[in-house]
Design a protein around this ligand. Structure first.
Ligand SMILES: [Zn+2]
Length: 622
């Protein structure tokens, strides 16, 4: 099925659960479920709003819950918060010499020490006034950005509760991702804006104090009613239910008269794990339809000189969609919205906040709809599975859009090599909040994570890796896949054992370095040697080019794989006996003489992330 409505896939999910198909397509793991009904009333003069949430929460776990945690992200935007101090501490690490406006320090240039200087009117806060269950007020303990609700009555396994939450909030002056009055003059970038239930999964509560990094949420449905001054245009990751009352381009209608100068926008987003919106008095919206895909909306501040750039974002998104869908699977929601806002580019379900009309950023954020919005990975634990896979997908889609062939990941590999040689590298399995440096977090998550995917193509073959991408999508979307889940999909599709790849590449900082060794003669034929100098073992492709112009590929599988990849090119391939990982050197014979050889090259495809490529190629002088 290429196109499938969300409702239909939900039905399928339900049917599968009901009749218990023993298929591998439906992994057997429980997950919590939530339904939010949120009402907020924004005061655009004080930048504060009051809100209520009616939350239905299903405990599908086998555990009895005595407490429920909420995120209160905006409490991070206060002097001396964990986020403030964390940023200032990171600013003590010198990464490089200062240059061209860059101070060379490890802190995020957008945050630095700015939080410490916010006045009471500029800080952000979220205050939960009460949480009520069946009319009973629950006891609350606030831990800065985490609210602990101690349940008066424990929640039993496989039961549901309804919570009524009353809260108020102040929109912080633009700091990170969310806030008001950003550099481009957007009034409200409303992400992480409501008290959000922390995900409880097979690893327990994921109550990470917010320090500017990652997100993880409960799968569920959102109904969000936003009441705001009538002159504001609201954009959101969702569908507008009362478009006819609003008009403003969402429908060709005359808007309903305002009540007390305000309009209420009724939004809905189903089967998502977050909800973001933005509002400005000067927003303009353009739309594009996509081939068998969503309606794309682009909402931006109307500035004449930038108009053509935003039009290009919309055109590019429509052009890119079929390329994305064939490789990564279809987008299942009805709409996707690029919204100008925030302080860079940040992904949310069914929408993104981007500060300007950068095509690269737009594609990157849209690809997050696959990696994190549909595959709801735990970003705090596995940031490489969302940023890395997204980075990989972005390079790939951009190259295909521009009609480029050849290796599209040069920059990504360079960034990883830079990390590996920097002295700052930590395993990519490090909890994203707890890396020693922003630099190591970012290079490991984005670049090393992207290399993981491209290099997987080297190990199992690009064609098989592409089948894995679609298997992963169909088996794990709307769930919370972890690294092992991904590796198992790849193992099943490729028929190879791949646990070693994850253990070395993600859980360690060991590096790959192979070198062409000596050539000798055995029974009148040449005997080639390849040396493993790095600690990480890999299968090896060796291209031998002869003086007569002919070429042979020599393929040496790694013994840990218990398998071999299919032939990948027209060049005749010889598959040799597997290389045992313990052995630092491997020798194999060829059918010609030393004098016939022109060159010997390890991995001409460049997909092997060999940190020292200088010794990968040997050219024999005439
Ligand atoms: Zn990203």
């Amino acid at each position: 099925m290429r196109k499938q409505t969300l409702r239909f896939s939900l039905l399928l999910l339900l049917v599968n659960q009901l009749i218990q198909i023993p298929a591998q397509a439906q992994p057997d793991r429980w997950q919590q479920k939530i339904r939010y009904q949120i009402n907020v009333n924004m005061d655009v003069t004080t930048n504060r709003f009051a809100g209520t949430e009616k939350i239905e929460y299903w405990n599908n776990s086998p555990d009895t819950l005595s407490r429920i945690f909420f995120h209160l992200y905006w409490n991070a935007f206060q002097p001396n918060s964990s986020m403030d101090v964390r940023s200032r501490e990171l600013g003590k690490t010198v990464l490089r010499e200062p240059s061209r406006g860059n101070d060379g320090l490890d802190w995020d240039a957008r945050v630095k020490d700015r939080i410490s200087k916010l006045s009471p009117d500029e800080i952000g806060y979220q205050r939960v006034k009460s949480v009520t269950i069946n009319g009973v007020k629950q006891s609350l303990k606030e831990h800065e950005t985490i609210l602990e609700v101690v349940l008066a009555k424990p929640m039993m396994p496989r039961t549901k509760i309804a919570m009524d939450v009353e809260f108020e909030a102040q929109v912080p002056v633009q700091i990170r991702r969310s806030g008001r009055d950003n550099a481009e003059g957007i009034r409200y970038s409303m992400s992480q804006w409501y008290p959000k239930v922390v995900e409880y999964d097979y690893q327990g509560w994921n109550a990470n104090p917010y320090i500017a990094r990652e997100f993880y949420g409960v799968w569920g449905d959102f109904d969000v009613n936003i009441t705001i001054d009538k002159d504001y245009f609201v954009a959101a990751g969702g569908d507008l239910l009362n478009a006819a009352d609003i008009g403003k381009g969402y429908a060709n209608t005359t808007p309903k008269p305002a009540t007390n100068g305000k309009l209420t926008w009724k939004w809905q987003a189903n089967n998502v794990h977050d909800f973001m919106w933005a509002a400005d008095t000067n927003y303009k919206m353009i739309t594009r339809t996509t081939a068998n895909g969503p309606l794309v909306r682009v909402v931006y501040k109307a500035v004449d000189s930038l108009e053509s750039r935003w039009q290009r974002v919309a055109d590019t998104a429509a052009f890119a969609y079929p390329i994305i869908a064939k490789t990564f699977g279809p987008y299942p929601y009805k709409t996707y919205t690029f919204i100008q806002g925030g302080d860079g580019g940040m992904e949310y379900p069914m929408a993104t906040l981007i500060k300007n009309a950068s095509i690269g950023t737009a594609i990157h954020e849209w690809m997050h709809s696959w990696y994190q919005m549909m595959m709801g990975t735990n970003e705090s634990l596995y940031p490489w599975m969302d940023e890395g896979f997204t980075d990989y997908a972005t390079s790939r889609v951009m190259a295909e859009m521009r009609g480029r062939t050849g290796f599209a990941y040069d920059g990504t590999y360079r960034s990883y090599f830079n990390l590996a040689k920097s002295g700052f590298e930590e395993p990519a399995s490090t909890h994203s909040d707890h890396y020693n440096t922003n630099f190591a977090y970012s290079a490991a998550s984005y670049s090393k994570g992207a290399v993981f995917m491209e290099q997987l193509g080297y190990i199992i073959g690009d064609k098989v890796r592409d089948e894995v991408l679609l298997d992963y999508y169909y088996q794990w979307r709307f769930k919370h896949p972890n690294p092992n889940d991904f590796i198992r999909v790849a193992e099943k599709r490729s028929g190879m054992e791949l646990d070693w790849y994850k253990e070395y590449w993600i859980n360690s900082t060991k590096t790959i370095d192979y070198a062409v060794g000596n050539i000798s003669t055995q029974n009148g034929k040449a005997l080639l040697s390849i040396k493993r100098l790095g600690k990480m073992p890999m299968p090896i492709d060796v291209l031998v080019t002869y003086k007569d112009g002919t070429q042979e590929m020599h393929y040496i599988p790694l013994n840990l794989m218990y398998g071999a990849k299919p032939t990948e090119s027209q060049i005749p391939r010889t598959t040799h006996e597997a290389w045992r990982w313990t052995h630092p050197e491997y020798q194999f014979p060829i059918q010609k003489n030393i004098q016939d050889i022109k060159s010997i090259e390890i991995d001409p495809s460049m997909r092997l992330a060999d940190v020292n490529r200088g010794n990968n190629r040997l050219v024999i002088p005439d």
